[in-house]
Design a protein around this ligand. Structure first.
Ligand code: ADP
Length: 393
């Protein structure tokens, strides 16, 4: 191993990290972990290359008052000490928004950083944390090269039409377009498709990334043609706490009739809606599946009904469907959700082998189904690692 690189995914309440050997592949980090619960009760956890937990006295107690930059500085020092004499050759960051410009990773410079800052209004809940992580690393070691890997980049292959809202052109010109998100996950799935579909058609694929944040992407020849998320990560599928597609008239009603302010509406649509809002119980699919209340059941059914409807709406962008891929926390683990979504899509040629589905098998469609349905675990870190390998070797 001639060196290592670090991948960082700094979110609002967690920082996920991984270290990859520059001579190794991108699937297996030598170390990975996260600091979860930032802002309330931060907890550090890490695993080595064999997935065994790493005990760290230095990271065992983290003061709840530490902000993202303090935590990153502490994490970086710990990583340097843990790594010993393995030099770090670069850092790759997940950055949610690359605007219209970035259709691939970008080497960070002052000019790039200024461009990313200008995009904060388009992703106010995520972009500031991503930028703070870049700044923290630069402060820690100003000579360490850093790249930004964007969640929007993968969708920049879409037709102009797929990116448009039906608004006056002046809004389109200033950047009010459908950007799409979860691009690092879709990029990863696109990269492994040939491995899973060596002898089956896979030119027209829909990937359902069903996690706490949920979206779908319609790909033709492994390129994004359409996606369910739009200008922000609020659009499209119902999610853990986000409402997904909502008649814009509801927002007007909330403002004009209920007198709600923009922060109140933001909180309602981003934090109090989705599975949590409908069930009144939880944003966690596991909890809802375990609690057999009518509200929990309705939340799951609405999630699946709307997912099926969005899926059907994406098919025209790719002119038919060869394969459906489920990924992310819910997509990879919930046989019930996959069953309820696919049950509504038999007319598209989707048919599940329920035994394979219950086992979370790789291929879960019947042999006779027109559409091959698979469960493929996503790996966003691998996409960042692949970009690091290209940039730093
Ligand atoms: P994110 O990365 O967007 O935070 P994840 O991809 O980790 O989200 O997905 C989190 C979701 O996956 C939660 O709703 C969780 O309940 C769900 N999930 C994880 N494991 C299971 C499981 N075994 N059955 C059902 N849902 C699951």
């Amino acid at each position: 191993m001639t060196g290592t690189y670090l991948t960082l995914n700094a979110g609002s309440s967690s920082i996920k990290f991984a270290i990859f050997g520059s001579d190794d592949g991108t699937e297996n980090p030598v170390l990975k972990g996260k600091i979860a619960g930032i802002g309330s009760a931060p907890v550090f956890s890490a695993q080595d290359a064999e997935n065994m937990p790493i005990d760290s006295a230095a990271m065992a107690h983290i003061d709840a008052s530490l902000d993202h930059e303090d935590l990153l500085a502490r994490l970086l020092s710990w990583l340097r000490a843990y790594q010993g004499d393995q030099p770090l050759v670069g850092v790759g960051h997940r950055v949610v928004h690359g605007g219209k410009k970035y259709s691939g990773p970008a080497l960070i410079s002052q000019a790039v950083l200024a461009e990313l800052e200008a995009l904060i209004p388009l992703a106010p809940l995520h972009q500031p944390h991503n930028i703070a992580a870049i700044r923290a690393v630069a402060q820690w070691d100003p000579h360490l090269p850093q790249i930004a890997c964007f969640d929007t980049s993968f969708h920049r292959t879409q037709d102009h039409l797929a990116q448009l809202f039906a608004l006056p052109q002046a809004f389109t010109a200033e950047g009010v377009i459908r950007y799409g998100f979860h691009g690092l996950s879709y990029d990863y799935i696109a990269s492994v498709l040939p491995k899973y579909f060596a002898d089956k058609p896979s030119s027209r694929v829909i990937v359902a990334h069903l996690g706490n944040g949920s979206s779908m992407c319609a790909m033709k020849n492994r390129q994004s043609m359409a996606t369910s998320m739009g200008f922000t990560a609020l659009d499209g599928l119902m999610m853990g706490q986000r409402c997904g597609t909502l008649d814009a008239g509801v927002v007007l009603y909330l403002m004009q009739t209920k007198g709600m302010s923009a922060p109140e509406i933001e909180n309602l649509l981003y934090k109090q809606s989705g599975l949590l809002g409908v069930s009144g119980l939880s944003n966690d699919m596991r909890v809802l599946q375990d609690r057999d209340t009518p509200e929990a059941r309705e939340a799951i059914e609405l999630y699946c009904y709307r997912a099926a409807a969005h899926l059907a709406g994406l098919v025209p962008a790719i002119g038919g469907l060869d394969a459906l891929i489920f990924t992310a926390g819910i997509g990879e683990n919930s046989a019930l959700v996959r069953h309820l979504i696919c049950d509504r899509l038999a007319w598209l040629g989707i048919e599940l082998d329920e035994t394979a589905n219950k086992q979370n098998a790789v291929t879960i469609s019947t042999d006779s189904a027109r559409v091959t349905t698979c469960v493929i675990p996503t790996n966003e870190e691998a996409t960042i690692a692949a970009a690091c390998q290209q940039a730093f070797s």
